[in-house]
Write a new protein. Sequence first.
Length: 158
Amino acid sequence: MIQLDTDRLRLRAFQLEDAEQMFHYAKDERVGPKAGWAPHQSVEETRDVIRLFQQDQDVWAITLKKTGEVIGSLGLHDRRPDPEIQHDRQREIGYVLSPDRWGQGYIPEAVHEVMRHGFDDLGLERIWCGHFDFNDQSRRVASSKRQASRTRSRRLSS
């Protein structure tokens, strides 16, 4: 899995050693349900999820460059729920962030870099974000990135 860098963040493959830091936010009831999964009950459960990430190679650990701390995750998944566009070169983007880091612009920064990678390096035609209606934070990020991507003649659709 390719490593991606922004000014403040490093997006890299998850390691099993990240389990404690990931569990810190994955156990929080404000995180998982907004992304469609139950809060983690143990560090071992988090290790199992990291093993899946390692197998699928489609989820980055979002880390702070200065400290290396894992503060969230961002995935670029090969899902095709809409038959009308199933032949497009597309991916679904999804993300979670530790509540300790909400409101600091980390997810828009990470999403911007992954969109750049998806369009420029992977040659994708479409990157879309599905989110629950009650998840206002993800809706705002998707809306802002959809506006920004129009200038590139590509789109992030929800």
